[in-house]
Design a protein around this ligand. Structure first.
Ligand SMILES: [Zn+2]
Length: 652
């Protein structure tokens, strides 16, 4: 016996109960591992399961096998026990309990037979808990370490760890009144839902917890176990907070708060509740809460992503309008694990992005050239006379098409441009929610890549029977091969390469009937898609993720390390200048931005503290001009050289 006493003393919390009458060694040793409140999973883990790493170690050292003594059989108990190598054949059951302290909660299970050898942990009874007991945190951390090898990469944007629907603690019963509605919202949005009842191990559940950036849980065991004990560096959204988590100073919640802090989790109470009382979640409000998080891949709907890079406090737009207050977001770039499509995880509200304050600097001659090309492409590929254009700005396409053909033209946009010709029928709306019934031919010029959910748009037009779609988008494949830093931004929220757009349309029986690669000052891809029910979904496309990293890790690092002399100007302003400026370390040496767009002159560039100047107003004898990599680079340099032939240029 002395062997065990010596070994056990290291753990401090184990007691030995020996009621054997003879000196014959026990056939097995009981481990008392159930408490009166162990019928709640949260209680059982904190009170009992936390001892399992130590019990496992003891078993290795013991020549006599262990039998885990439980009060009753529950799936979560056998799941966790099996995670620690104890199978059903290693478990025995008894309903007998003995007192272990002053209150009714302090009870543990004992065998039925009178003579036995048993180890009993000094349980951390949740209602008789001491938060200053450092040993508790040690036990919790050892338990966690069994499941967590190292910090996981956050590949899942949002997960919902569903509360178990069976074996719940009957005293804490509450009905989730609109659970089905809530779950269908999460499914539509692509939130990764974990059905805990399906598992015979906690490993897959805890793996999802560790990989999730945001975790939605109900208050109670689901919160305590997943967020309190396992999660790290995650944001936790609590629904039905029936314990008043923020103000709850009970010892067990104090301990959970300490663990949450240590693992750098943040908490958001979405809705409050009342203990043991039915509850529901405000679906519209929750929808609003998660609407700006992209939970599933924009192309293939997978809910796992590889993080590429993340830039905090990034300006949401790049206008120059002094009456607008700057706003920022976490510019978080991820690549889908299934189709490798690069996309932003956080969406900027389109209602803000595409409101009338949004200044489009696309009215230059380079755009006129593009629009003429698109007009030719459309006229050559259809005899249609009735068109609906989505996002038409001031109606340039109408002007071009109507010169060649008598047409009936409708514009669907989120705001009406003041210069839109009056003969155009204008509809205010968002194409991702619009009913296209009765429409035959649609045009989207540099709009499709702005959609937050292009699949929803295609689904909509298919449902309405739209037969032809003309689309022009930036040539993403070309931009990627040139390592253009601005492939993805708050407006172009996903990598819409050739294969990706053709794949998405194929999912809804649209065939790419024709396309044209436009190469002007910038390159574009122009498509004609037609509804053809013989079209079957194509194979999921792919892109080399390393190419994204070349831009958003390597190129960004080189911008950061660029040494700037005093009196530097960045050209142009807008998204290109803003992007470079964000990363520059030597911001102090930047005086401002240069831009040919007179509407920007002497106004601040959004998201910076610097003004935009007319290139003709600069003293080039003392200035250095930092030229950003952008489609208009050559045009810009030629323009500046015409002003002064001895300009000091720096290129990024
Ligand atoms: Zn994907």
């Amino acid at each position: 016996m002395s062997f065990f006493i010596l070994k056990l003393s290291r753990y401090n919390r184990m007691r030995i109960v020996n009621t054997l009458q003879s000196d014959i060694p026990a056939e097995f040793i009981y481990i008392s591992l159930d408490t009166v409140e162990g019928e709640s999973v949260g209680h059982w883990i904190i009170e009992c399961a936390v001892f399992l790493p130590h019990i496992k170690d003891l078993q290795k050292e013991s020549k006599i096998p262990f039998k885990i003594l439980l009060r009753e059989s529950k799936q979560y108990k056998t799941s966790i026990l099996s995670d620690f190598g104890f199978l059903e054949s290693d478990i025995k059951y008894s309903r007998n309990m003995v007192s272990d302290g002053p209150s009714w909660q302090n009870q543990y299970v004992v065998p039925i037979e009178p003579g036995y050898m048993m180890y009993v942990p000094n349980f951390f009874y949740v209602f008789n808990f001491s938060t200053d007991n450092e040993l508790f945190y040690e036990y919790i951390n050892r338990f966690r370490k069994h499941y967590v090898e190292s910090d996981s990469i956050k590949s899942i944007p949002v997960s919902y760890i569903a509360r178990s629907s069976k074996e719940n603690y009957s005293h804490n019963f509450r009905t989730f009144i609109n659970m089905n509605e809530f779950r269908s919202l999460l499914t539509d949005k692509g939130v990764h839902t974990v059905e805990v009842d399906r598992f015979s191990s906690f490993k897959p559940q805890f793996e999802v917890v560790l990989k999730s950036k945001t975790i939605i849980v109900e208050m109670g065991s689901a919160f305590v176990i997943n967020a309190g004990l396992i999660a790290s560096n995650s944001h936790i959204i609590i629904i039905n907070d029936a314990v008043d988590y923020i103000n709850n100073y009970s010892p067990v919640y104090q301990a959970i708060k300490r663990l949450m802090n240590e693992r750098k989790n943040t908490v958001e109470i979405f809705s409050k509740g009342v203990h043991r009382t039915p509850f529901s979640v405000d679906i519209a409000l929750f929808k609003e809460r998660i609407k700006l998080i992209r939970c599933m891949c924009v192309i293939c709907k997978s809910s796992e992503f590889e993080p590429i890079n993340s830039f905090s406090e990034f300006p949401i737009m790049a206008i120059s309008n002094d009456s607008v207050i700057d706003d920022y977001y976490e510019f978080n770039l991820v690549a889908c694990k299934q189709c490798n499509c690069l996309q932003v995880q956080n969406i900027v509200d389109p209602a803000i992005l595409y409101s009338d304050i949004y200044m489009n600097s696309t009215f230059s001659s380079t755009w006129l050239h593009h629009n003429n090309s698109l007009g030719k492409f459309i006229l050559a590929n259809t005899t249609e006379t009735s068109f609906l254009e989505v996002g038409a700005n001031k109606g340039d396409m109408y002007t071009i098409l109507s010169k060649e053909r008598t047409i009936d033209y409708t514009v669907l946009d989120m705001y009406r441009h003041a210069e839109l010709p009056t003969e155009i029928k204008y509809i205010n709306g968002n194409c991702e929610m619009f009913d296209f019934s009765g429409i035959n031919t649609i045009i989207l010029s540099h709009v499709f890549e702005h959609l937050n959910s292009p699949n929803t748009f295609i689904k909509n037009i298919k449902a309405a029977g739209v037969s032809s779609v003309f689309i022009s988008i930036p040539n993403f494949d070309d931009l990627l091969s040139k390592k253009s830093p601005n492939i993805i931004n708050s407006q172009h929220t996903f990598y819409c390469g050739f294969d990706y757009i053709v794949y998405m349309f194929s999912l809804y029986n649209y065939k790419c009937e024709n396309y044209f690669i436009y190469s002007g000052d910038f390159t574009s891809l122009m498509f004609k898609f037609v509804l053809d029910f013989t079209t079957v979904p194509l194979d999921i496309p792919s892109t080399n993720i390393q190419l994204y990293k070349d831009i958003y890790i390597d190129k960004v690092a080189s911008i950061r390390n660029t040494v700037l002399p005093p009196n530097t100007y960045i050209i142009p302003s807008g998204i290109y200048g803003q992007f470079v400026y964000y990363f520059l370390r030597d911001k102090i040496n930047v005086i401002g931005f240069l831009d040919n767009n007179s509407q920007r002159h002497n106004k601040k560039l959004y998201g910076t503290d610097k003004l935009v100047y007319n290139p003709r107003s600069i003293n080039y004898s003392t200035a250095t001009i930092l030229v950003c990599d952008c489609p208009y680079k050559d045009e810009i340099v030629t323009g500046l050289k015409a002003i002064c032939d001895s300009i000091l240029f720096l290129y990024i």
